[in-house]
Design a protein around this ligand. Structure first.
Ligand code: ATP
Length: 847
């Protein structure tokens, strides 16, 4: 039986609270018998090593609280997030936490229980999660008050619409509405590429395009690629690597997986907990001690026969209480190892008096083991020792936060209950190792909320509760999602829904026409339902000033200044290898890549170098003399938006106009006032945002020179790579042509949105109603300063949800809350203190 399969079965069995004897009784099939044998041995191994697995932790806790209910007599409130993913034992635990009845209250009140859950996001049935728990709760606690949170503050209107269209295919799901609070934004993209390799190339191309053309609005850490299964990552990893785009794997413990790092951690594990058989087995002959496999097996067998941990057996042998069949030389080497472990343990125990720390401990045993020399000899110039030093630094940095964590976790005193308060270096070591084991996210070691500037690669499961401005979901074909081995199609659909709703501003779905085995694929049935296609665009968006403006609103970020935007566009279209539009691959993968008909016959005077695909057209944007349908025409012809009517102009159009203006030296065109005043589409009724509210006040006062979007020195690399471009566009012409594009003034003077967004024809669902008192659109100010929101009007906030109530309370008390980092779990990254807000987060380092 595959270990992973056996582990999952064991966990299922345990979370169903079945005992090993019950498992034995289950049936006589070979498979069942094999499983029973594995289960029994697994349980024995745990017991011998004095270890508990995750399910045991829950089961033991249930047992404890049943036997000693007074342990929770001080609990007044229980709060559970992601309740739809709780299993049977966790539900029981919740009831037990809230079991104490307060005799001092007239009706013997029980603690209040608050749970937050979304049935549409139940994706853990394979871990025995019970979607039924939500219903069970209302039955078990008849007075339950249900608050429906219908407003969605994360995703653009169009992302939400498409995700709803997917989830609503499940007819058994409880009916519920979801209202967008953001503008419609760009339609999600649904693409078919010929092969997984091409799909990866296209995806990476889109990341580069978005990053480069957004003039500093988006950085690599804003992108996530969410996969149904980790095995799909191969092509994408290699395409990212080829393009030189940094990325991180969520769930991949690359740093902690390194041999030398694992070795040091194993020594720490054995020092903290010598009965840890596995860790002891891993270090017993590293560095080499002439204890070969036969000697190891002998020692294990001897310990097994006595049913004692390996460590106890080694101690007995080396201290003469017991004999072993291993050689005298092996015994001598073992004695040296045991001495190092025992001395380290003494240092651990005496740390309170000596002030010894975890890094001191590491330095001590590493010196005794001559670890540096061993690593340098064995791995030559591979720099392994540097990783060990990194781990040391990590341990040093973590010390303070571990202590804070220990303090926050201290058990509250309970009358009549003797609390065994863990303390000292031993406790800190346990915490350190637990944090290392639990670490799945790449974060900086300072415990801040900044994420490194890397694209995130993750499974959809691991992305639960997270969010990113741009999300890609490749491999959207039948057999991948829904997965060929999945038993529950509805759960697969929910999984896709979870993935899609991680996106804030841009969402891309794609599939290869042929899979890795060169078999034809069909689009996921969740996306091919009748009428679904209208929710998706066939290509990635064109980046225009209006697109940027929408993105900046959705993301609550300053909108890049027009000059910055034009600088990157200009640089991009001069780069022969760069595609300004999503046109490197045909929409239909069977189509041969189009001849590049977009060349413009540059006349001799043109200052542009005739690049491979320099496409700046002198002709109007929709068609050119060569028949090239300019990229900016894509959105016009798609018939979804009419940007010109709104007073917005695409980058390409703007560039053509700039060119013309520069050459003919005509007076700058009049501002298109009418268009501007009608350009208040996509605003929503009186909507202030938590994001703006929580934004540190200092951002408003940020000097312009330090802002990447207004400071040419910090422009994205694409522009910076081409410093010698001819200065062909006079600044004055640039300013005047940009004027009618509707660039808003500094958001410092902006009022919160008061106008509703419009629903495009393809979006069937109604959106929030219009506000008659709509504020006029912001005035254009030419060379706009970085746009910064400074005000938040709580008076216009509709008190409709729990969020709102919390919001108003926060405003009233002036409580400041840290902003949530993108792609981080809110529970871990906010300012809330205590055990939930783990201060120490080891880095998930790229390997
Ligand atoms: N009242 C609010 N005003 C403005 N923004 C909000 C408000 N409430 C939540 N948000 C923002 O909406 C986004 C989603 O919020 P949150 O993560 O709390 O939702 P959630 O229900 O836990 O989502 P999910 O379960 O899908 O992960 C976050 O970016 C958060 O900052």
């Amino acid at each position: 039986m595959e270990p992973a399969k056996a582990r999952a079965r064991i966990s299922k069995l345990k979370s169903g609270t079945a005992a090993p004897t019950e498992a034995k009784a289950k049936g006589p099939s070979v498979d069942q018998q094999e499983f029973v044998a594995i289960f029994t041995e697994y349980e024995e191994a745990l017991e011998t090593s004095n270890l508990l697995d995750y399910d045991d932790l829950l089961l033991r806790c249930v047992e404890l609280l049943k036997r000693f209910p007074e342990c929770v007599s001080n609990i007044q409130a229980v709060l559970i997030d992601e309740f739809q993913d709780t299993n049977h034992v966790q539900y029981e635990l919740m009831s037990l936490f809230a079991q104490h009845r307060d005799p001092k209250t007239p009706d013997h009140k029980i603690p209040s229980i608050t749970i937050v859950g979304d049935p549409d996001q139940s994706i853990y049935s394979f871990r025995s999660a019970e979607i039924k728990n939500l219903r069970k709760m209302t039955t078990q606690y008849p007075g339950t008050h249900v608050v429906i949170l219908e407003e969605n503050y994360r995703s653009s209107g169009s992302i939400l619409q498409s995700a709803l269209e997917v989830i609503e295919q499940d007819e058994s799901r409880p009916e519920k509405k979801l209202l967008p609070t953001h503008c419609i934004g760009e339609r999600p993209v649904l693409r078919t590429l010929s092969t997984p390799h091409k799909e990866a190339d296209w995806l990476v191309g889109e990341i580069r395009r978005c990053e480069a053309l957004n003039a500093g609005l988006l950085k690599y850490s804003d992108f996530a690629v969410l996969l149904r299964s980790a095995s799909l990552s191969r092509h994408i990893e290699s395409a990212l690597g080829k393009a030189g785009i940094p990325y991180r794997m969520v769930g991949g413990h690359k740093f902690f997986d390194r041999v030398e790092v694992k070795l040091v951690l194993d020594y720490l594990r054995v020092i903290g907990h010598p009965e840890h058989n596995d860790a002891l087995a891993r270090i017993i002959n590293v560095p080499p001690r002439k204890i070969g496999e036969t000697a190891m097996k002998t020692l294990f067998d001897e310990a097994d026969r006595k049913k004692i941990p390996l460590w106890t057996h080694l101690l007995d042998v080396c201290q003469g209480r017991s004999s072993s069949k291993i050689s005298a030389q092996a015994e001598r080497s073992l004695s040296t190892l045991i001495k190092i472990i025992l001395t380290s343990r003494t240092k651990l125990a005496e740390a309170d008096e000596t002030g010894f720390t975890i890094p001191d401990l590491m330095e001590y045993f590493m010196e005794r083991l001559s670890l540096k020399k061993y690593l340098e000899d064995k791995y030559q110039k591979e720099g392994r020792w540097a990783n060990v030093e990194e781990l040391l630094t990590l341990a040093r940095d973590a010390s303070a936060s571990l202590e804070a964590e220990a303090e926050a976790d201290a058990l509250a005193p309970i009358d009549g209950v003797n609390q065994d308060q863990p303390s000292g270096l031993q406790d800190l070591l346990t915490r350190f190792l637990a944090n290392v084991a639990l670490s799945t996210e790449a974060q900086d070691t300072k415990g801040g909320t900044e994420t490194p500037n890397q694209v995130t690669l993750s499974t959809i499961h691991a992305a639960k509760g997270l969010e990113w401005p741009v999300v890609f979901i490749p491999g959207a074909f039948q057999g991948s999602i829904p997965h060929s081995r999945a038993e529950d199609t509805d759960e697969e659909r929910r999984l896709l829904y979870v993935g899609m709703t991680r996106a804030k501003a841009l969402l891309y779905l794609s599939r290869p026409k042929k899979n890795s085995n060169r078999e034809d694929t069909t689009l996921s049935p969740f996306l091919s339902a009748p009428n679904m296609s209208r929710f998706f665009a066939p290509r990635g968006p064109s980046f225009t000033l209006s697109t940027l403006r929408d993105l900046s609103r959705i993301l609550h970020r300053p909108c890049p200044a027009p000059s910055a935007f034009h600088a990157v566009i200009e640089a991009a279209i001069r780069d022969a290898d760069f595609h300004v539009e999503d046109d490197r691959f045909p929409e239909d993968p069977d189509e041969r890549p189009q001849e590049d008909t977009s060349y413009v016959d540059y006349d001799k005077e043109t200052p542009y170098p005739p690049g491979k695909r320099a496409r700046l057209s002198h002709a109007p944007p929709t068609t050119s003399a060569t028949g090239f349908r300019s990229a900016s025409s894509t959105i016009f012809s798609a018939g979804t938006y009419s940007n010109t009517a709104l007073g917005f102009t695409s980058a390409r159009t703007a560039m053509a106009e700039l060119e013309a203006a520069a050459q003919t030296a005509e007076p700058p065109p009049e501002p298109r006032d009418k268009a501007r005043t009608t350009g208040k589409k996509r605003q929503i009724s009186g909507q202030g945002t938590l994001g703006e509210f929580f934004k540190p006040k200092s951002t408003a006062a940020k000097p312009a020179a330090t802002n990447p979007v207004s400071n040419p020195a910090t422009l994205p690399p694409k522009a910076a790579r081409m410093p010698n471009l001819p200065a062909r566009i006079p600044n004055a012409a640039l300013a005047s042509i940009l004027q009618p594009t509707g660039i808003p003034p500094s958001l410092a003077q902006r009022q919160p949105r008061k106008t509703p967004m419009r629903t495009p024809s393809w979006a069937a669902k109604p959106l929030p109603p219009a506000d008659e008192n709509a504020a006029p659109p912001p005035e254009p100010d030419g060379e706009a300063e970085p746009l910064v929101a400074t005000s938040f009007h709580t008076t216009t906030f509709q008190a409709a949800t729990l969020h709102t109530t919390t919001m108003v309370q926060l405003t009233g008390t002036g409580v400041g809350v840290g902003r949530r980092a993108l792609g981080l779990r809110s529970s871990g990254a906010g300012a809330g203190g205590g055990a939930l807000n783990r201060p120490f987060k080891p880095p998930g380092r790229a390997g």
